[in-house]
Every structure is written in structure tokens, then in C-alpha cells.
Design a protein around this ligand. Structure first.
Ligand SMILES: Cc1cc2nc3c(=O)[nH]c(=O)nc-3n(C[C@H](O)[C@H](O)[C@H](O)COP(=O)(O)OP(=O)(O)OC[C@H]3O[C@@H](n4cnc5c(N)ncnc54)[C@H](O)[C@@H]3O)c2cc1C
Length: 375
């Protein structure tokens, strides 16, 4: 076994990005994945690089910083990841929804560098001509973009390896050995990997890995269901209301936000409800049949914000988890490179420590859930 400076647990967008940034900076890093690249939630999402729709303000600003790092990351990766920054729209089908959208647009536009425009029905249809006249109002945020999340994660993993990272698949971290209270080794069935630093980027399994060093990370899986439709001639110019059309013409219809434990079942009720709304927004979608459907599990802390921190109580142990791991992929790599190599970062991770959580937050995450795979 080698003795890397850093072991990263989990090869989703977060772990692969951290390994890439570290390896590029000359740090000896081993990325350990119990499946393969993108086999977790990073291979099961919609791939929006969204600044809008996040709150509170510091989280919108943090997402904006990450979105701004995308063009350089994509250029450096030099791999086809289908990234574009062509904005995102939300729509309202009723007056009540329009009122909500207006409030959200005003709140988010208060963040410097973010503009969420409120559009009337006529202007919305100028941007998206195939939109139904039933759409009462919409918002548009030019700072939003999108990427193919699977291709991004694969490209990050490959680039990490190109820069010297060791990438181990089908290898599970089953324990962490401490020496004098500090991280000393990652334990796997194949043996120990001595190291002074471990980044827990295990997605929905972050709490389980953190438990190995006695640290409680409040997090629950949140199910998101997606339908993927047959290819159609261009229906939409950009992602709209959780709908996304790919260059091939296929359309993703997202999604749900359900706390149902580790259950990845796709339900007909949720799928047909989302599809019905999608067809009310773009009637042309009624011509396409469902190709496939899946559900992914978002790693969701109680406040929906990231947990990006060095764990003070266990020197050498770091936690990288939360929702929106695709949007945050570039900033995640940079944050953990900074923390590990300099002991701090100028990036604004102040709000994302573990110390913000209350006893009630930890209790929330301990509730019994279906198919419990946490322990
Ligand atoms: C339907 C849906 C839509 C979404 N849409 C978006 C979106 O548009 N934009 C966006 O930014 N985010 C979106 N998300 C959220 C996003 O997918 C996640 O935040 C992100 O993929 C999480 O990445 P990760 O690297 O933290 O975790 P994961 O991708 O889950 O990676 C963790 C990896 O750790 C591995 N692992 C776990 N335990 C161990 C162990 N003990 N040893 C070794 N390996 C281990 C797992 O096998 C897994 O591969 C969406 C999520 C869903 C479900």
C-alpha cells in the first residue's frame, strides 16, 4: 500500500474535484470509491450549475463564486463536459406562484452580481417561444448554467489520475485508524492506507464515515425522481423549471424532494405529476414518451447548506458534503486544497462548519428511516 498525503473517500463530483485540485498542486492523493466514478448521486442528477434558487444570501454568493470558476475548470480539464452558461428560468402557472417568484427574485437579486429578472408572460414567451400561454410569469437568471454531471465527474477523476492521483475503485473505507487523536490511516478490507489526512466526501454515507472517528454529521438522504423523455426537435432554449433538453433532443423532467430514507423507488404518482406540469409549461412535450426514470438521493443537511470543514476535534479529518455538489464542484476542490495545504482558506466557508448545528438538528438526522444504511 502507498502512503498518500491525503485520502479522499468517495468519487462523486466532490471527491473527484478535491482529488483533482490536490493532485494538480502536487499533493500525493488517493481517491477511494466503493463503486466507481459517479456511481453515487453525481450520476443521478440534472446537472444545473445554478446560482438562483439558493438561500440564504451567503449561499447564493458562494454558489456564484463556484459558477464563476466553471469556465476555467472546464478549460483546464480539456474534456467534453457539455458546459454552457445560458441561464435558467422558473415559471409560475398561477397568480399565487407568480407572487412567490417575485419575492424570490427580489431576495436573490439583492446579492451583488446576481440578477434574477421577473418576466411577464409576453417576455417569457419571447425567450421561450414554445412555452404555453398558461404561464403567468417567469424569472430569468443569466448567471445560471448547466453541465453533463456524469461527464464532469468522469473528467475530474481522469484528470486527477493524469496529475498523479491514485484512484481505487470497488474499494470501501471501512474504518479510520487514529494515532494520538489524529488521522493515521484509512482502513479497507484490502489493508490499511497510512495517511495524515482524510476527506469524507462519501455523499449520503458521510455520516457513516464520520462515525468512524466519533463525529456526528447531521444529514439525511432526500429522494429526487427524474423522468427522461424521447428526443424531440428543440423545445426549450435553456433549462426551465426543472426541465432540461439535451443536445440529443432528450428531455429531463425533474424532480421531487422526498425524505423517504434510502429508498430509490420511482413512483408513478410523482412522475406523472411532474410530467403533467411539464406539459402544461411546454405542450410539445406531450409528443414524447418516457424513455427511462430514476431516483437519486441528495445528501441533505437540515438547513440545506453545505458542510465544508476541517474537524477541529480530529486533526486531519475533513467533511465535504451537501446538496448542489455539481454547482459547487470547482469551489469544493479549491476549498479543500486550501484547507489541507495551508490550514485555512480565503473562500467564505465560515457558515459551513459543523458547529452551526443544534441538538435538534442532530436529533432530526437520527430519526429512523427506511432501508437504513447509515450505520
Ligand atoms: C434528482 C436530483 C437532481 C439534482 N440536481 C442537481 C443539479 O441540477 N445541480 C446540482 O448542483 N446538484 C444537483 N443535485 C445534487 C447533486 O447530485 C449532489 O449534491 C452531488 O452529486 C453530491 O456529490 P457528492 O460527490 O457529494 O456525492 P456522491 O456523488 O453521492 O458521491 C459519494 C461517493 O462516495 C462513495 N462512498 C460512500 N461511502 C464510501 C466508503 N465508505 N468508501 C468508499 N466510497 C464510498 C459512494 O459510492 C459515492 O460514489 C441533484 C440531486 C438529485 C438526486
Amino acid at each position: 500500500m502507498t502512503s498518500p498525503d491525503v485520502v479522499v473517500v468517495g468519487a462523486g463530483a466532490r471527491g473527484a474535484s478535491i482529488a483533482y485540485y490536490l493532485a494538480r498542486a502536487g499533493v500525493r492523493v488517493t481517491l477511494i470509491e466503493k463503486g466507481f466514478l459517479a456511481s453515487g448521486t453525481s450520476g443521478a442528477n440534472v446537472g444545473l450549475v445554478n446560482v438562483s434558487g439558493k438561500g440564504p444570501e451567503h449561499y447564493t454568493a458562494f454558489s456564484l463564486l463556484s459558477a464563476g470558476m466553471y469556465p476555467k475548470l472546464v478549460a483546464d480539464l480539456d474534456a467534453p463536459v457539455d458546459y454552457q452558461r445560458d441561464g435558467n428560468m422558473q415559471v409560475a402557472l398561477t397568480d399565487a406562484e407568480a407572487e412567490q417568484l417575485a419575492k424570490q427574485a427580489a431576495r436573490q437579486s439583492a446579492v451583488p452580481g446576481v440578477t434574477v429578472e421577473l418576466l411577464d408572460a409576453r417576455r417569457a414567451r419571447e425567450l421561450e417561444p414554445a412555452m404555453s400561454p398558461r404561464v403567468a410569469a417567469a424569472t430569468y437568471c443569466a448567471q445560471d448554467g448547466n453541465v453533463d454531471p456524469m461527464k464532469l465527474t468522469l473528467a475530474l477523476g481522469r484528470a486527477a489520475r493524469r496529475h498523479g492521483a491514485e484512484v481505487l475503485y470497488h474499494r470501501e473505507v471501512t474504518g479510520i485508524r487514529l494515532a494520538a487523536g489524529r488521522v493515521a490511516a484509512a482502513v479497507t478490507a484490502e489493508g490499511e492506507i497510512p495517511t495524515g489526512a482524510i476527506v469524507d466526501a462519501a455523499g449520503i454515507f458521510v455520516p457513516r464515515v464520520a462515525q468512524m472517528v466519533g463525529v456526528s454529521v447531521p444529514l439525511l438522504p432526500q429522494r429526487g425522481q427524474v423522468y427522461h423523455l424521447e428526443p424531440l426537435p428543440a423545445v426549450m432554449q435553456r433549462p426551465v423549471a426543472g426541465l432540461r433538453q439535451f443536445r440529443s433532443g432528450t428531455v429531463m423532467v425533474g424532480t421531487t424532494n422526498e425524505f423517504v430514507g434510502f429508498d430509490r423507488t420511482v413512483t408513478y404518482e410523482a412522475g406523472s405529476r411532474n410530467l403533467d406540469r411539464a406539459r402544461r409549461i411546454f405542450p410539445a412535450l406531450a409528443r414524447a414518451r418516457v424513455l427511462r426514470a430514476w431516483a437519486g438521493l441528495r445528501p441533505m443537511p437540515p438547513d440545506g447548506q453545505p458542510i465544508y470543514t476541517a474537524v477541529r476535534e480530529v486533526p486531519g479529518f475533513y467533511v465535504a458534503v451537501g446538496h448542489s455538489g455539481i454547482t459547487l464542484a470547482p469551489i469544493t476542490g479549491q476549498v479543500f486544497l486550501d484547507l489541507i495545504t495551508t490550514g485555512g482558506t480565503s473562500l467564505p466557508i465560515g457558515p459551513y462548519g459543523l458547529d452551526r448545528f443544534t441538538a435538534a438538528d442532530h436529533e432530526w438526522a437520527r430519526q429512523p428511516v427506511k432501508g437504513d444504511a447509515r450505520h
